[in-house]
Design a protein around this ligand. Structure first.
Ligand SMILES: [Mg+2]
Length: 265
């Protein structure tokens, strides 16, 4: 992980789009979406650079993000679900396209989570339940602070039960589908008529926490906002570069540099 200032000119050349995590990457911890972050998103759109969000939040959140922000698509539930505009309406896309199989998988996850909650009663489901179709999220750091040892025990129980378990700063997600934001992004790029194979070499990815590790590993032009530093030594992969500022100000750092290099400023 090197300071963003050290990224060579080639890092900024030929960028086709920007993909970004939401919590603590576009949003700024404790302050929500800052006006300068929203302005940077609109500057990207005005420059014709597509922005796609990739978050662990549910499909219901993706709908709100799509309807309030200038984004082309929103990958939700850590890659397993997504929303995009098609013919003027929002359509959903899933890793598992068969509705019956998805419902069966979700029932298995709910059963595994019920066993975890019976054993670890301090763990509770998050209250952002607005259309979540592929995973159950337990609150570990949003309304409560759950000790790391409890989170580790819950993860082990879920994995023993055949679930994939991945943590963000705020939630522990249980799913039958491995957390894979880059796979979700590739699926969405193909649906948008963009080249999914370009994601790993021609797109910039921004994130801040362990559920971004797969994207940091798969996408060459990866940048962490400054708060990613707290995960050094505890995350499967780090981004190539780190922005000088935390959260949404770090997103502004990247957009400003990208647009300056493109001659748009
Ligand atoms: Mg995040």
């Amino acid at each position: 992980m090197r300071p963003l200032d050290e990224a060579p000119e080639a890092f900024w050349r030929g960028v086709l789009g920007v993909a970004s995590d939401f919590d603590d990457t576009l949003s700024t911890h404790g302050q929500g979406l800052l006006p300068e972050t929203v302005a940077a998103m609109h500057r990207l759109a005005a420059a014709g650079v597509p922005l796609v969000i990739a978050t662990g939040r549910p499909l219901g959140w993706a709908e709100v993000l799509m309807k309030t922000l200038p984004v082309r698509a929103a990958v939700a539930e850590n890659g397993a679900a997504a929303l995009l505009w098609e013919g003027g309406r929002l359509v959903a896309s899933f890793t598992e396209a068969d509705d019956a199989v998805r419902a069966r998988d979700m029932a298995a996850v709910r059963a595994a989570v019920a066993r975890v909650k019976a054993h670890l009663p301090m763990l509770n489901e998050v209250v952002d339940y607005t259309r979540r179709e592929t995973d159950v999220a337990l609150d570990i750091g949003e309304a409560v602070t759950v000790p790391d040892a409890i989170v580790a025990e819950a993860r082990a129980m879920l994995e023993a039960d055949g679930c994939a378990a991945v943590a963000s700063t705020v939630h522990l997600h249980a799913s039958r589908y491995r957390a894979d934001k880059p796979a979700g992004l590739r699926r969405v790029l193909a649906r948008l008529g963009l080249d999914p194979e370009a994601l790993s070499t021609r797109w910039i990815y921004l994130g801040d926490s362990p559920n971004d590790a797969a994207a940091f590993a798969a996408i060459d032009r990866s940048v962490g906002v400054a708060n990613v530093a707290r995960w050094v030594g505890r995350i499967d992969a780090l981004p190539r570069y780190v922005a000088p500022h935390e959260g949404g100000r770090g997103f502004v750092d990247v957009v400003s540099k990208l647009l300056a290099e493109r001659g748009a400023l």
